[in-house]
Design a protein around this ligand. Sequence first.
Ligand SMILES: [Fe+2]
Length: 192
Amino acid sequence: MRQVDLGDIQGPILIFGGAYFNLEATQALIDAANANRILAEQCIFTGDRIAYCGNPSETQNLLRDFGCPMIKGNCEIELAAGSDTCGCGFEAGSTCDLLSRGWYAFANQQVSANQRQFMGALPDHLIFTHYGKRYIVLHGGYSHVSQFLFPTTPDPDFIHVINEIERDFGAYDGVIAGHSGIPFHKCIAGVT
Ligand SMILES: [Fe+2]
C-alpha cells in the first residue's frame, strides 16, 4: 500500500468522496471551494470517482485537473485493473449488486487507458497534520479497502481499524474514511 504525506495543512480543509462520475455535482463542489477561497491543496478526495452517473471521462478529467490530493477507492482499483466488478462485495442479487453491474459495465467502456493508469497510480492513504493533530485518510477500512463503516457499525470494528493503523504508523488523532456514503463522526478510544 502506498501512502503520501501531505505535511501540515493550514486553514480549512474540504473533504469529499464518492464523486460517482457526477460531473455537475463535482463541478459544484469545486465552485464552492473556489467561492470560499479553499485552495485545491486544502481539498482531499477519499476515492470512488466511479459509480452511478453518466459522465465517466469528463468527471475523471475534472478531478485530475482540479489537482487536489486524492486516494484511490475500490472502484478506482478495480477499474484500473480491468476487473469486471466494482469490488464492493455486494450480496448477490441485492439492489446494489444489480445496479453496480449496470454502472460498472458502462464506466468500464468509457474510461481510457490513460485514465486507468492515473487511477491505479493514486496512493492508498494520505497523512497530514492540522493544527497540531495527526490525521490519516483511508478509503474504507485500513487493510480492507471496501470495508463499510457505518454509524451503526459496532465499536470493536472501528477499534480494529485504529489498531491496524497504530501497528503500522503509530498514534493518530483522527481517521478520515469514505466508501460508506454516509457522513458521520465518532470518537472511539480517543481517536476521532
Ligand atoms: Fe468504495
